[in-house]
Design a protein around this ligand. Structure first.
Ligand code: NAD
Ligand code: UDP
Length: 315
């Protein structure tokens, strides 16, 4: 049994990771400040005696004796990370320094949840790990993009300078049950709008693309990455290369929910990336991993989750 620290454990992805690692017989410490996370995501784990919940902000140092660290704490949706951009930078940067310090003292592996946003609005398509990106360092998304880029710099520096065992994954758009219904991300927005027969808000002309990965595939990749040889640090892209336009996504969700919603068009936010699709050759080679859940199956499971949530009037 390992004792594993998961920062951001009460968030969408973190709660799935807590659940998986507990089910595999580990002792899990879930650390969260509940900025975007929710007790609803982890309430079913509270009675497990191997689960520990700690309310803490990773911009402050944290001490514990653990065998592994997954660093996920950071608001991830553009709406939330732009509410307090300075705090977003602090979370990525000071949070990384604190968690890397802990990993250094304990001599344990630490995995960083980085993002496809390090590529910004990419000129190279699909994106490979050696692409250095096209990020506007003074734009509204910079607090997140540059924060995550600097976190990668910190991770690689602690590895080179102090021999800390690091793992960096660059996560592409991920969706599934337990997404925060109020965080403005496209999948949750469209599903809630469709289920309530409200207008579906497509930003811009809807021709911009994303490649959506179901959360179970990501969790599987995270675990595989953690157990790779110490000399493989990443970064490695983790995503589903099935690319769809935002308009196609809206049409699929209307179709799957049988909704009466109409699509309406709203202004495109500044610096919204035009295209995004991962090249996952490296993940295939190093992790023997590729996504298994297609968009139809994944959306159906996610829609079922939001149906239940709306019925419980808990959103
Ligand atoms: P989320 O917002 O649901 O989860 C983030 C969690 O971190 C929340 O529980 C939040 O309360 C917590 N948190 C935020 N700031 C904190 C702080 N200062 N101290 C302690 N806890 C803090 O988002 P998510 O989608 O689950 O994302 C998890 C991680 O994966 C993030 O680091 C995000 O950048 C990364 N990621 C997610 C996606 C995606 O599509 N979901 C894509 C790329 C990268
Ligand atoms: N988007 C949209 N309508 C919404 C929410 C988002 O058209 O109600 C668009 C957004 O402009 C972007 C894409 O969907 O082009 C994905 O947005 P999201 O915030 O989910 O993720 P990110 O932009 O970080 O990839």
């Amino acid at each position: 049994m390992k004792r594993i620290l998961i920062t951001g454990g009460a968030g969408f992805i973190g709660s799935h990771l807590c659940e998986r690692l507990l089910n595999e017989g580990n002792d899990v410490i879930c650390l969260d400040n509940f900025f975007t996370g929710s007790k609803r995501n982890i309430v079913h784990l509270i009675d497990n005696k191997y689960f520990e919940l700690v309310r803490h902000d990773i911009i402050d140092p944290f001490k514990a004796e653990v065998d592994e660290i997954y660093n996920l704490a950071c608001p991830a949706s553009p709406v939330h990370y732009q509410i307090n951009p300075i705090k977003t930078v602090k979370t990525s940067v000071m949070g990384a320094i604190n968690m890397l310090g802990l990993a250094k003292r304990l001599k344990v592996k630490i995995l960083q949840a980085s993002t496809s946003e390090v590529y910004g609005d990419p000129e190279l398509h699909p994106q490979t790990e050696d692409y250095r990106g096209n990020v506007n360092c003074i734009g509204p998304r910079a607090c997140y993009d540059e924060g995550k880029r600097l976190a990668e710099t910190l991770f690689t520096s602690y590895n080179r300078q102090n021999g800390v065992k690091i793992k960096i994954i660059r996560i592409f758009n991920t969706y599934g049950p337990r997404m925060n219904p109020h965080d403005g991300r496209v999948v949750s927005n469209f599903i809630v709008q469709a289920l309530t027969n409200s207008d579906i808000t497509v930003y811009g002309d809807g021709c911009q693309t994303r490649s959506f990965q179901y959360v179970d595939d990501l969790i599987c990749a995270m675990e595989k990455m953690m157990i790779t040889d110490d000399c493989f640090t990443g970064p490695v892209n983790i995503g589903n290369p099935e690319e769809v336009s935002v308009k196609e996504l809206a049409e699929k969700i209307i179709d799957f929910t049988g909704s009466k919603s109409k699509i309406i068009y709203k202004p495109l936010p500044a610096d919204d990336p035009v295209r995004r699709r991962p090249d996952i050759s490296l993940a295939k080679e190093k992790l023997s991993w590729q996504p298994k859940v297609g968009i139809h199956e994944g959306l159906k499971k996610t829609i079922a989750y939001f149906e239940e949530l709306l019925k419980s009037e808990n959103i």
